[in-house]
Structures are given as structure tokens and as C-alpha cells.
Design a protein around this ligand. Structure first.
Ligand code: IPE
Ligand code: IPE
Ligand code: MG
Ligand code: MG
Ligand code: MG
Length: 294
């Protein structure tokens, strides 16, 4: 994938690392408990790319939102994402032992604690967003996150994903698109739109950007499952085919899936035309998403 698009890895990598550090510092300030539940929550928030948090901070910057305010929205979405991964890895879901190069939460502790740490990460996200610092944007932000994460969003996508494993017929392209836009796209969309929502600006360009980005992101995840190695990716690979997962790769094959990811990346970049040069970091994020190796 990397060869097909112009990547500017260095400045983007630095910006992403800066976000990861900001979020990690905020985690330490917010989650101060010395109990096992807090340990497991901190553990689950460690070691990710922080892409969703990055999208929040970048969309906030585009709309003149204070970084201190945006940071709690970035942490909120990373909490929801971390919770979704902790539950996704459970034996009753994907049954994975490795996440971000570390044992999954239920392997490090036990299944009960993994369920509870996920639950508590989810409610922490909403607690963070209910702070007065979000002003009149808070209610919209909270409502949209509940929708993005819930029964018509991420959870519904996970449901479709699990159902597809035992479906007698392979899913159509349209069904896979619907599944993936819910499973992965909804949280990414919320992240990219957050800055516009907080500032009361039009969310349309960022929604179009994120619709394409979310699909490109999940196609890249599916490609990594086929082409990546566990050491670099930080999680078990070759598991989708083994589990009979419905992915763009299983339906289209690797080459067509890669071509689709590049197309979606171009679409995402074009959606940012209204932002001119100010949208360049988000365009870099889209290029990163399809060229990443983890
Ligand atoms: C992995 O997401 C799960 C999917 C939605 C495909 P990421 O690749 O963003 O995971 P981390 O947060 O960097 O570990
Ligand atoms: C997970 O999708 C998506 C969510 C947790 C919402 P996958 O099952 O493909 O993610 P990985 O490959 O385990 O990271
Ligand atoms: Mg899964
Ligand atoms: Mg999984
Ligand atoms: Mg996957």
C-alpha cells in the first residue's frame, strides 16, 4: 500500500506521538485510583496509536477550540475505543490473547475484570464529556457519542460482525460496507466531527471525510490481518480467514481491497477542500491510515 500514495511520515508521526503523550498525561491525571479496576482501565488505555484522539484534537484545532477542552473529548473517545477492544478480545467475541503487543486484559487479569473495566471505561467517557468546559456543545457531543457507540453504531457493527461468522451465505459488498461503517466508522466519524460540534460549526465536510476514512481504516486493518506480522501489528494475525470473517479482503481479494483503500483515501482528502491548506494534517492522517504497518 505504501508505494501507491505520497506519504509524509515524519511530521505526521511526530504530531501523532505528541497526541499520544498528551492523552497519556491526561489519563494519569484523571485515573488516579490505586485499585485493580483502575489498573486495568489504565492498562487498556496504554499503547494504542491514538488515532481517534488525534482526529479530535485536529478537528478542534481547525475550529479554534481550546486544546485543553478538546483533550478531554480525545480521552473520551479513546476510552470508548479501549472498552470496545477489551470486549472484542474476550473469549466470547474474538478470543484474542495479544493486544498492542501486550496480553489482553482478560489474560492479564480475568474475564470478569475485563468486562468491568470495559464497562467503567465506557461510563468514564460520558463523565468526561459532561464537564462544564464543553459549554453548549456538550449535549450534542454526548448524544452523538451515545449514537456512534451504541445500538445503531459500534455495538451494532460488532453484532453484525459476529453474526457474519456463522452466516451460511457470504456477505455482499453492501453488507460488508454497512457492517464496517458501523463497527469502525462510527467512532472515527464522531472523532473527526468533534471539533465542529464543540464549536457549533457545520459538520458536513468532516462527516464526508470520516465516512471514507473509516472504511479505509478498516480495510487497512483487514489487510494487516493477512499481510502483517504479529510482532509489528501487536495483535494476532491471520485470524479473520480462520474465523470466517466477512471483510473487503475476503470478498474482493487483496489487490482490489488495496485499490479501494487508496480510492477512499483520495475521497477523504477531497472532502477537506473547504479547509484548504489547514486540512493538510487530516489529509496526512488519511494517508497514514492506509499505509500504516500496525
Ligand atoms: C483496532 O483499532 C480495532 C479496529 C477498529 C480495527 P486501532 O488500529 O486504532 O487500534 P489501536 O488503538 O491503535 O490499538
Ligand atoms: C474490532 O474489529 C472493532 C471494534 C472493537 C469495535 P476487529 O475485531 O477487526 O479488531 P482487531 O483486529 O481485533 O483489532
Ligand atoms: Mg472483532
Ligand atoms: Mg478483534
Ligand atoms: Mg481486525
Amino acid at each position: 500500500l505504501a508505494a501507491t500514495t505520497a506519504v509524509k511520515p515524519r511530521p505526521f508521526a511526530e504530531a501523532l506521538t505528541r497526541t499520544q503523550n498528551l492523552i497519556a498525561t491526561r489519563v494519569d491525571a484523571v485515573l488516579v485510583g490505586e485499585d485493580t479496576l483502575s489498573d486495568a482501565m489504565r492498562y487498556a488505555l496504554t499503547g494504542g496509536k491514538g488515532l481517534r484522539g488525534f482526529l479530535v484534537l485536529e478537528s478542534a484545532r481547525l475550529h479554534g477550540v481550546d486544546e485543553d477542552v478538546a483533550l478531554d473529548a480525545a480521552l473520551a473517545i479513546e476510552c470508548i475505543h479501549a472498552y470496545s477492544l477489551v470486549h472484542d478480545d474476550l473469549p466470547c467475541m474474538d478470543d484474542d490473547d495479544l493486544r498492542r503487543g501486550m496480553p489482553t486484559v482478560h489474560r492479564q487479569w480475568d474475564e470478569g475484570l475485563a468486562v468491568l473495566a470495559g464497562d467503567a471505561l465506557q461510563t468514564l467517557a460520558f463523565e468526561l464529556l459532561s464537564d462544564a468546559k464543553f459549554g453548549s456543545g456538550a449535549l450534542g457531543l454526548i448524544r452523538m457519542l451515545a449514537q456512534a457507540a451504541g445500538k445503531d453504531g459500534m455495538v451494532s457493527g460488532q453484532m453484525l460482525d459476529v453474526a457474519a461468522e456463522t452466516s451460511p451465505e457470504p456477505l455482499t459488498l453492501q453488507q460488508i460496507t454497512r457492517l464496517q461503517s458501523r463497527k469502525t466508522g462510527c467512532l472515527i466519524s464522531w472523532s473527526a466531527m468533534a471539533g465542529a460540534v464543540i464549536s457549533g460549526a457545520d459538520t458536513t465536510p468532516l462527516r464526508h471525510y470520516a465516512d471514507a476514512l473509516g472504511l479505509a481504516f478498516q480495510i487497512a486493518d483487514d489487510i494487516l490481518d493477512v499481510e502483517g506480522d504479529a510482532e509489528t501489528v501487536g495483535k494476532r494475525v491471520r485470524k479473520d480467514a480462520e474465523a470466517g470473517k466477512a471483510t473487503f479482503v475476503s470478498l474482493l481479494g487483496l489487490d482490489a481491497a488495496k485499490a479501494r483503500a487508496v480510492e477512499l483515501c483520495d475521497q477523504a482528502c477531497a472532502a477537506l477542500d473547504v479547509y484548504g491548506d489547514h486540512g493538510e494534517t487530516l489529509r496526512d492522517a488519511a494517508r497514514f491510515v492506509i499505509s500504516r504497518d500496525s
